[in-house]
Design a protein. Structure first.
Length: 64
């Protein structure tokens, strides 16, 4: 998984898995979900990320 923030466009891009994007679906006006040819999520794009997320507080926790 890769998380990228593009400050110049205020866009947060979360790549969930490697794979070719077959389709991009609009979740809402500022959120896009990329899926592969089997319908699995590949990535999420969040526009206006500063207003819609807590960019300064990214935490990754793996629970087993």
């Amino acid at each position: 998984m890769k998380i990228r923030y593009f400050e110049d466009t205020d866009t947060l891009y979360i790549e969930l898995r490697d794979g070719a994007v077959a389709e991009t679906r609009d979740l809402d006006e500022n959120t896009l979900i990329d899926v592969d040819d089997q319908g699995r999520m590949v990535a999420i794009t969040i526009e206006h990320a500063k207003d819609r997320t807590e960019l300064a507080n990214v935490v990754y926790e793996r629970v087993e």
